[in-house]
Design a binder for this molecule. Sequence first.
Ligand code: ARG
Length: 391
Amino acid sequence: MHKKKIVLAYSGGLDTSVIIKWLQEKNFEVISFTADIGQGGEIKIAKERAKKFNVKKIFIKNLKNEFIKNYIFPYLRSSFCYENFYLLGTAIARPLIVKELMKIAYFTNSNYVAHGATGKGNDQIRFELGFKYFNSNINIIAPWRIWELNSRNSLLNFCIKNNIKINKKTKKYSIDKNLFHNSYEGGNLDNLLYEPEENMWENTLSNEISIDYPIYISITFKNGDPIKINNTYYNNEYLFLKLNKIGSITGIGRVDIVENRYIGIKSRGCYETPGATIIMFARKNLESFVLDKEIYFFKESLSINYTKLIYNGYWWSPERILIQNIIDNIQKYLNGVIKIKIFKGHISIVKRYSFNSLYDKKNSSFDEISKKFNQIDSQGFININSLRLII
Ligand code: ARG
């Protein structure tokens, strides 16, 4: 019988490895796609495993630069975290993976696509909204929602039976990695009383052992994006490598939170986002003195929605793009240099400079007199604004 072709979003991890085997047993010809977005050694493992499973078409694509340029940077321009803490490191990668996967489905004439996300999480929604956006006729297989292997333990048993080797940490947590972040979910973390063991964290040192002297760096922004560290220009990838390294040895960017998934389930997640946490801090400080007050608050009010849209899987929606256009429009003011001090999990500001600065010492200083502002006017301002309170 003629086999149906299916393109699988393949990370090489536990779930998607089992899925290859499972789809083959269901008589599909599996085509694997692995996006190289800076997850490191996992790529090689993915390739070897796919070969072992007799996958004939193995696609691996280096998307690191595109990931930073068209996904990470646009998101960081919002200067906003989902629910205050989560920098969307997984959510921001999904739309790119989907876009590239759908190209492969098109060129290989595949009518089916599959992913390894469970029926409980956000990733299924992100993948599938994207798949449908690019091709409304595509058939989607989400094995986790339909198969008999409905727990991590049954997956592990399937691996033992089929001789699939899985490393120790994969057994413990569901991990998602890229050049932006690491995330850890499941296993012991399902228990809110559990403090993660130190060696769960792969990207950052704890404060106990992080370096014991402060690091000073300055970051230069051009139109909202970081371009220089300490007077040296870096390309996107090296900029992240460098900032991740600095954040890593100083213990920056660890979070352990309970978040609201789109479908309404609360879940515990641990994240490490060292480099981007540094960028975010510097950006916020730049925004504070170059953005007009009302633009600042307007952008802030849009950003809550914007991060929710990305989290919920609506990267390709017209409303996300509309807000992005507004956010991008104000980046022309975000030029300047921010100098910071990083020490033991903490970042503090040292110096700020911008030729777009709206800060005027003459206005704010207690020791100077401004030609633009007369203190007597404040009395009338208060009189008028207090009127409704008095009434
Ligand atoms: N909770 C985060 C999110 O929804 C991280 C998901 C991590 N995914 C994973 N397969 N471990 O964006």
